[in-house]
Design a protein. Structure first.
Length: 79
């Protein structure tokens, strides 16, 4: 599901999905989206996250090693 920044809050209130891929040309907006996702995940009881930096040659198959665990994917490693 593709969301705009103004739709993220409403979607998070409905359901926290297992994976979020956040991308964009505006670093501040990307950071705000990641912060918002992390806050909702913390409030839902999640204490662990995995961060992947996607570049050419990324091993997408490696994501399967985490099975059905909920994962937040954000471009920044800081919390």
């Amino acid at each position: 599901m593709k969301l705009r920044i103004d739709q993220l809050g409403a979607q998070l209130k409905k359901q926290l999905v297992p994976v979020y891929i956040v991308s964009g040309d505006e670093p501040l907006q990307v950071a705000r989206c990641c912060d918002q996702i992390r806050q909702y995940a913390r409030n839902a009881g999640f204490s662990e996250r995995h961060v992947y930096h996607i570049e050419n040659g990324f091993d997408w198959g490696g994501l399967s090693q985490h099975g059905q665990q909920p994962v937040a994917v954000c471009p920044e490693a800081d919390s």
